[in-house]
Ligand binder design. Structure first.
Ligand code: NAD
Ligand code: TDX
Length: 351
């Protein structure tokens, strides 16, 4: 088992990075510090990190593109492991403006790898996505780690490029690096631009639920806490240079998912499902919309003993419950109030 003490987490104010940090402090035997480096784009939200012990969670407002800053953080905090979540992560935004995706996802990853290149004792874990594999047909076998890369969106292409950088830096410069490809995550604190939180927020506001195309596209849903646990297992026992696919084992057609979500919101509020199902609005399809993602997940089960623990319907209900119980979190995102703390406390002095 790999021993690690102090982690540098990039993008730890986002949805998955913050879940990873919150859960890390509950892991038995972990006594170290987490330095959380986040540029606080629209997706960074310090409300996701409330209540953490400031002696063990050190938040740094800064950019992964700033190599000198990353070097300083690694050296000052005796970092032995980097867990790299920071990214531009939304496919629709990548279609409208790909440039930032190349900067952060590709150039930013290279900057981090160059820091590790000069410090090969530091282990690097790269958090990637199943979207790099492209799209499956309805009858195709699920993705495995051997699936060829066929990215279809600028986002997926930028993540694919970053995966190749990690692989090649690790082999050429003999770095200790692992990569994971996860399927679609859901859970609390997800920015309401992604399908599930957007649909929940719109249900609660009585707004239209925009379903792209005919709603027949399929995604494999993974609870964010399962994802965090899987990454922890890879940090502990993942073999250097290895790649692990992390799936939820929950393939759902988008329209069926939205129906399920409407029914669950209705049940929670003691109202008829039809009130919410009537909000479903079919809109123009996403350009280059991948039909289906599905992860087999045999390797991580076999080699690291990790399997998803969440049943999707139970996880979805709990997630809806969380958004219903935290209206202030959604309201602060929608009004932009979630930005005030960072603007007041960090304006003009990013690390
Ligand atoms: P997110 O958009 O919620 O969070 C990204 C975080 O990175 C934000 O806090 C943002 O401020 C930060 N960031 C962006 N650019 C930065 C930069 N240049 N320097 C430092 N910080 C920066 O994303 P997420 O959904 O939490 O995804 C995290 C990672 O997981 C990404 O690498 C993504 O590709 C991958 N992933 C996501 C999913 C999913 O379903 N959301 C699935 C598989 C893999
Ligand atoms: O309003 C919507 N209506 C709709 O029908 C939105 C936002 C999405 N969709 C569809 C498109 C997809 O088929 O729902 C599905 C899920 O869409 P997203 O939530 O945007 O996720 P996806 O494009 O599948 O990518 C996600 O999973 C892989 C994450 O955003 C990525 O960061 C991750 O790498």
């Amino acid at each position: 088992m790999r021993k690690f003490q102090n982690l540098l987490v990039t993008g730890g104010a986002g949805f998955i990075g913050s879940a990873f940090i919150r859960s890390a402090f509950t892991r038995p035997g972990f006594t170290g510090t987490i330095v959380n480096l986040d540029a606080m784009t629209y997706a960074g939200n310090l409300d996701n990190l409330v209540g953490l012990d400031p002696a063990r969670h050190v938040f740094v407002h800064g950019d992964i593109l700033d190599g000198a800053l990353v070097e300083r953080l690694v050296d000052t905090h005796a970092i032995d492991t980097i867990v790299h979540f920071a990214a531009e992560s939304h496919v629709d935004r990548s279609i409208h403006g790909p440039a930032e995706f190349i900067q952060t996802n590709v150039v930013g990853t290279m900057r981090l790898l160059d820091v590790v290149r000069a410090r090969p004792h530091v282990h690097f874990h790269h958090v990637s996505t199943d979207e790099v594999y492209g799209s499956l047909g309805f009858e195709d076998p699920m993705f495995t780690e051997e699936h060829p890369y066929k990215p279809n969106s600028p986002y997926a292409a930028s993540k694919a490029a970053s995966d190749h950088l990690v692989r090649s830096w690790a082999r050429t410069y003999k770095l200790s690096a692992t990569t994971s490809h996860a399927s679609n995550n859901y859970g609390p604190y997800q920015f309401p631009e992604k399908l599930i939180p957007l649909m929940i927020a719109n249900c609660l506001d009585g707004k239209p639920l925009p379903v792209y195309g005919d709603g027949g596209n399929i995604r494999d849903w993974l609870h964010v806490d399962d994802h965090a646990a899987a990454i922890w297992r890879v940090l502990e026992d993942g073999a250097p240079h290895e790649v692990y696919d992390i799936g939820g084992g929950n393939e759902w057609k988008n329209l069926a998912l939205v129906h399920c979500l409407c029914d669950a919101v209705a049940e929670l509020r003691g109202e008829p499902s039809e009130k919410y199902r009537a909000l479903i609005t079919f809109v123009a399809d996403r350009p280059g919309h991948d039909l289906r993602y599905a992860i087999a997940g045999d390797k991580i089960a076999r080699e690291l003993g990790w399997r998803p623990s969440y049943d999707f319907v139970t996880g979805l209900r709990a997630t809806i419950r969380w958004y219903v119980d935290h209206p202030e979190w959604i309201a602060r995102v929608k009004t932009g109030a979630y930005r005030q703390w960072i603007d007041t406390n960090y304006a003009g002095r990013s690390a």
